[in-house]
Design a binder for this molecule. Structure first.
Ligand code: ZN
Length: 142
């Protein structure tokens, strides 16, 4: 059986209702993504602890662009390279902006600021050992 694993560990869940995983300060509720450990980024908070927290699955496009050059690893692109869209989406509940690739087949011309998007999971790459690498993408809410 082909194994499917997230391309980075601990940034998102997979399954029927995938969601991003952020880190939240228990003292002041500040949320960051990508998740990390250590001190709270809020300069007026002296907590040195952050805890993993699930983030809302939906948000609205804050900005977007289309890349016409290959991204750095761990991203893998089609060969020959095909342009792909990136969206910065403001999460509905948290208000933070999360950058991500846009679902295959959706291009910058299909996007507009304020459009509702949701997290989905796509296969980023296959390797010779029968592993699929999974990545989160933003897709328009139908
Ligand atoms: Zn804090």
């Amino acid at each position: 059986m082909r194994a499917a694993v997230p391309v980075v560990d601990g940034w998102f869940t997979v399954g029927d209702e995938p969601h991003l995983i952020g880190a939240q300060c228990p003292a002041c509720s500040t949320i960051v993504f990508p998740p990390r450990e250590g001190a709270c980024p809020n300069p007026s908070c002296d907590s040195d602890e952050l805890a993993a927290t699930p983030l809302s699955r939906r948000g609205r496009v804050w900005s977007y662009t289309e890349n016409h050059y290959p991204p750095p690893p761990p991203y893998v692109t089609a060969d020959p390279f095909e342009p792909y869209a990136l969206a910065a989406v403001e999460l509905a509940d948290e208000g933070i902006v999360v950058l991500g690739q846009v679902a295959k087949g959706v291009h910058a011309a299909d996007l507009r600021v304020g459009m509702e998007m949701q997290i989905a999971i796509e296969v980023l790459s296959h390797d010779d050992d029968d592993h699929d690498s999974l990545v989160y993408v933003w897709e328009p809410v139908p």
